[in-house]
Every structure is written in structure tokens, then in C-alpha cells.
Ligand binder design. Sequence first.
Ligand SMILES: [Zn+2]
Length: 119
Amino acid sequence: MSSLDPTWVERQADISHHPQSIRIGPVDYQIVVVENLISDDQKLNGQIMYNPSVIKLDEDMGPQMTRKVLWHETLHAILTHAGIDNEPENIVDALAYGIIAILRDNPWMRELVNNQDIP
Ligand SMILES: [Zn+2]
């Protein structure tokens, strides 16, 4: 997108510049970048741990995949907070990709959320 601030693009190329936490409803999750993220002998791109309120991201991802995985784990949290804990992974992924595309391709949707005239 040509309208992107080059500084923003540069920052997105380095996942270490993500904020260190994300507020999802009443919980602030710490975002931790992990080398070689593995759970139960399975290589993972991301993992949300509810009790310690941590979202782990594997460091071996490019900026676009990191963004998708952060949205994926965020959507898990939103659903879990609502008492939904059996969501299929493909649905979570479809929503993550879809939300990113909508927000990227329709900047007015982001502005609508940030509009100070609408509480
Ligand atoms: Zn998942």
C-alpha cells in the first residue's frame, strides 16, 4: 500500500518492535517472541496461554505471518472469554486473514473504530 508510512513498514519488518502486550477485554496478554516454539512435540507459530496471560510467537516468521498469528491468537482469546472453547482452527485462521485484509484494504474501517465521535 502506497499510503503506508515507510517507518511503519520498516518497523513491521522486525517483530521485536511489536508492543509487549495486547489488551483483550479485561486481560492484558504479554506478547513474547520465542525461539523454536514447540508444544507437545509440535512446532507452532503461536500459542496462547490463558493462566499466565501470555501469547507466544515463534521468531522464525516474516512480518505478515507474525501479524496473522497474532490475530489468530487474539481471536482465540475473544472466543474463550465468551465461553467458546471448541472453535475449529480453520475458522480462526479464516477470520484472522479476513480481518487483516478488511482493515488493510479499507482504511476507513480503521478510522471508523477510532472515530472519537462514536464512543
Ligand atoms: Zn489456533
